[in-house]
Ligand binder design. Structure first.
Ligand code: SF4
Length: 424
């Protein structure tokens, strides 16, 4: 595996990173032993004969990417529960990826769930070149774990991180969830103490959402569980972020923090709108100017023999490009570069949204300069609202057809931008 690039840290990564982080490869392993109560992902039940057929098809698809000259900079194996693969399938998948792609990689992550990690799997992963393991802890509160339908207890999360330290896993990440019913300040303190004890390089802090079709949403509709108030969720989230900051974690994306240079380079590539291919049932790709998904159906994926049907194929252009740049870029602490957006699409955000940006800047939700529009911590608390409002305004104030016609020839005057915003 190649050495990690030096542009992996904080400031000024955007331009270099877009070159150095692309393309990525996402590999989807959709199997889970049971469904967590909040989960609406594309998952399938864990049956070993199906798993083996699936991995065979996956290896065929990965091989055809390689045969077409594809060489990723990062790999992320996610799910589902990749660690639920049987040992033979685990080795077969990782050996294939290693054989084709190991040389050019700067990062190779695999997701593991605490109940299905063991020393054997970790050692095999390390031997093939995996250098980052992401574990779904969600909380260290037993009530919370039970409510969310997790298949492990808190002690198991400590055990697997101890194991990873002993086996020399280079980088680790831990997923936590904020906002589950019954969560309180004491529980957040306990989670923070657990993070301090484990000391991962990276923490993802996701807000619980009640997705249609999940058990949790059904229980909420029936009045069986009481969701936390939005204000309570925001308070708990602030408590997490302050506690993680005191432990030395730096936020670089709305839901992600790192220490020791531990950002997820694979995910940074997504947020920077870099290119990537997906392999596996339901996996998404953005490559050659097109976006598509493999049909999310395990049986048809297996039957395709590594040539899955592509669905939702589109070639983003015009307003869609601006939408993607804003939706992805505003998630990052570094924010978006309006001059870059203007030169790429002809769409002048300062010109179209000046009064809107000024109002939110005065209220402390965002910071503007000639080269960036970025959200403050308070702004991140209303990220979705801000994105919807900004896109609505952009659409209403301009003729979206301008964008299709335009290809970087717009009148993008940074001086105008600064004077509109009074940011100079
Ligand atoms: S382990 Fe992950 S993918 Fe599987 S059901 Fe739970 S949340 Fe969903």
């Amino acid at each position: 595996m190649a050495a990690r690039s030096t542009n992996q840290c904080t400031d000024g990564y955007r331009l270099e990173a877009q070159e150095n982080l692309s393309p990525g490869l996402y590999v989807h392993v959709p199997f889970c032993a049971s469904r967590c109560t909040y989960c609406d992902f594309h998952v399938a039940s864990l049956r070993i004969p199906v798993v083996r057929d699936y991995v065979t098809a996956l290896v065929d698809e990965i091989s055809s990417h390689f045969a077409n000259g594809f060489q990723p900079r990062t790999i992320f194996i996610g799910g589902g529960t990749p660690s639920a693969l049987d040992l033979a399938s685990w080795d077969k998948l990782l050996a294939t990826l290693s054989k084709y792609f190991k040389t050019d990689l700067i990062e190779w992550t695999i997701e593991m769930n605490p109940e299905s990690i063991d020393a054997n799997k970790i050692e095999i992963a390390l031997s093939h070149g995996v250098d980052r393991i992401s574990t779904g802890a969600q909380t260290f509160d037993e009530k919370g774990l039970s409510l969310m339908g997790r298949r492990h207890d808190a002690r198991r999360v400590f055990e697997v991180h101890q194991l990873m330290a002993e086996l020399g896993v280079p980088r680790t990440s831990l997923d936590l969830i904020v906002g589950w019913p019954g969560q309180d300040h004491e529980s957040v303190i306990a989670d923070l103490e657990a993070v301090a004890a484990i000391d991962p390089d990276h923490v993802s802090l996701y807000h619980l959402s009640y997705e249609q079709g999940t058990w949790l949403d059904a229980m909420r509709s029936r009045g069986v569980i009481d969701p936390l108030l939005d204000e309570t969720c925001i308070e708990l989230s602030r408590q997490f972020l302050e506690g993680l900051s005191r432990q030395g974690y730096q936020r670089y994306e709305v839901s992600n923090l790192y220490k020791r240079g531990g950002e997820s380079l694979h995910n940074l590539n997504y947020w920077l709108r870099g290119t990537y291919l997906g392999a596996g049932s339901g996996a998404a790709s953005f490559h050659g100017g097109k976006r598509w998904k493999n049909r999310p159906d395990v049986q048809s994926y297996i039957a395709s023999g590594g040539k899955p049907e592509r669905v939702d194929v589109e070639r983003p252009g015009g307003f869609t490009v601006v939408t993607e740049q804003i939706m992805l870029g505003l998630r990052l602490v570094e924010g978006i570069d309006p001059a870059q957006i203007c030169s790429e699409t002809g769409y002048d955000i300062f010109d179209r949204c000046g009064s809107y940006l000024r109002r939110y800047e005065q209220q402390g939700f965002l910071l503007c300069s000639e080269n960036s529009i970025r959200l403050t911590d308070r702004g991140f608390e209303i990220l979705d609202t801000m994105i919807v409002e900004m896109l609505d305004l952009l659409e209403r104030t301009g003729d979206a057809n301008d964008l299709a016609k335009s290809s970087g020839s717009g009148d993008c005057d940074p001086g105008l931008a600064a004077s509109v915003l009074g940011c100079r």
